[in-house]
Design a protein around this ligand. Structure first.
Ligand SMILES: [Zn+2]
Length: 405
């Protein structure tokens, strides 16, 4: 089952009854966390057995399903906590401060035409929440193949999850093979056994954003070195902003790639980034942090599954050093051009993508693909996604978005 969450703003302020319910919910979660931690249990079932009766006595009015959902939330919080402890991180017993509640799909109703949530609070008392609906929301609400999942209610918005069975991926008629780099996805489009063009999706601003935030965090730490708590808080805020901005860009890039693929009924070939070990050199490590690239792959894969676009992931070994024509493996991977003794020469990133394509072909992931890398016009470049238009200039001197030619 594929799941996607959609946030809706609420038309009116939250009614008081809902706030009381959320306070009770938070209390139930925190109680269950404490009890669960004390008795070493994390499953919803065990927590329900442990805490249900007591809490029921104190809050006889609360709708039973909400209470069970609170135990479910507590269980997952406890599991995360347990994992942190196992990894050796210092961790206090978690405590939920945020006012929220979660209802499973049997515990609320959503009028998908009018966008109104009906949420029972206790016997005989329901509240109605009117949602603000955009065209984007409308597409999900009107799509009958989507079923409703849980509802998470926050002070100012409601998050509804939509679920669907993954559609069968289409039979591909072409292939896009993409090599994932620090600032771009570079690759080729193959149609009828021929490489027809070079494709490229650029995100040069992502590394600019990353380094700007990194510098800002370092400055903050220096400035607030006398107050570690404030430093930590400010740095966390910086990190969150960085993630949001990069996330946004990655979604744009993924959408561009997927729409391109869908139009041509292409399969997408990507390198498998798992298993790529972090570099020894710490400084280099940060500069080419793998995080945005893994994130980009996750987004592409997830959205592709949702839209029924086939994706194959292949082992990237030697992809940056191998000549796809004669098969020779080079020692170095320096320079922007890949030049081989056999006469083959091409942009290094494009070369890597051709190698990925060959691996996919040999692994039959691409379904009996045959192509000859020798003959193609690499002057035809299709740019799927250029540098971001709506990116704020960086205020601290690193401004200016560098565009890769
Ligand atoms: Zn060669």
């Amino acid at each position: 089952m594929l799941v996607r969450s959609l946030a809706f703003r609420l038309k009116d302020p939250l009614p008081n009854d809902a706030k009381f319910l959320m306070e009770d919910f938070r209390l139930a979660v925190n109680n269950a966390i404490r009890l669960g931690d004390h008795s070493n249990v994390t499953s919803r079932f065990a927590l329900t057995k442990l805490a249900y009766m007591d809490f029921r006595e104190e809050h006889p009015g609360m709708y039973a399903q909400h209470l069970v959902s609170a135990f479910e939330v507590a269980g997952s919080v406890l599991k995360n906590h347990r994992r942190r402890l196992r990894k050796g991180f210092p961790a206090q017993v978690p405590f939920i401060r945020r006012l929220f509640m979660k209802a499973e799909n049997q515990a609320y109703k959503l009028d998908r035409v009018n966008g109104i949530i009906d949420l029972p609070i206790r016997a005989g008392l329901h509240i109605r929440l009117e949602l603000v609906i955009s065209d984007h929301h409308r597409r999900y609400l009107d799509d009958e193949s989507l079923s409703l999942g849980s509802l998470t209610l926050l002070r100012d918005r409601a998050i509804v999850t939509f679920r669907k069975h993954p559609p069968e991926p289409y039979e591909h008629e072409s292939i896009i093979s993409l090599d994932t780099n620090e600032r771009s996805l570079d690759g080729v489009l193959v149609k009828e056994d021929r490489i027809t063009s070079v494709v490229r999706a650029e995100f040069p601003d992502v590394s600019v954003i990353q380094s700007a935030h990194h510098d800002r965090r370092r400055k903050l730490q220096k400035k607030k070195s006398h107050d570690r708590r404030t430093a930590k808080r400010l740095c966390a805020r910086e990190g969150k902003r960085e993630h949001h901005r990069i996330d946004y860009r990655m979604h744009e890039v993924a959408n561009a790639v997927l729409s391109f693929a869908e139009e041509r009924r292409s399969m997408i070939v990507l390198e498998n980034l798992n298993g790529i070990k972090p570099h020894r050199d710490k400084k280099l490590n940060r500069r080419i942090s793998m995080w945005p690239r893994r994130k980009l792959h996750q987004i592409i894969e997830y959205k592709a599954a949702w839209r029924g676009i086939p994706v194959a992931k292949v082992d990237p070994r030697y992809s940056s050093r191998k000549c796809p024509v004669c098969g020779r493996i080079q020692d170095s991977r320096k320079g922007t051009e890949f030049v081989c003794g056999c006469g083959w020469h091409i942009d290094r990133h494009i070369n890597a993508s051709i190698n990925l394509l060959q691996t996919a072909a040999s692994e039959k992931a691409a379904g009996g693909l045959w192509f000859s890398p020798g003959a193609f016009q690499h002057d035809v470049v299709m740019v799927l996604c250029g540098p971001g238009r709506a990116v704020r200039p960086e205020p601290n001197g690193t401004s200016g978005i560098r565009v890769m030619a």
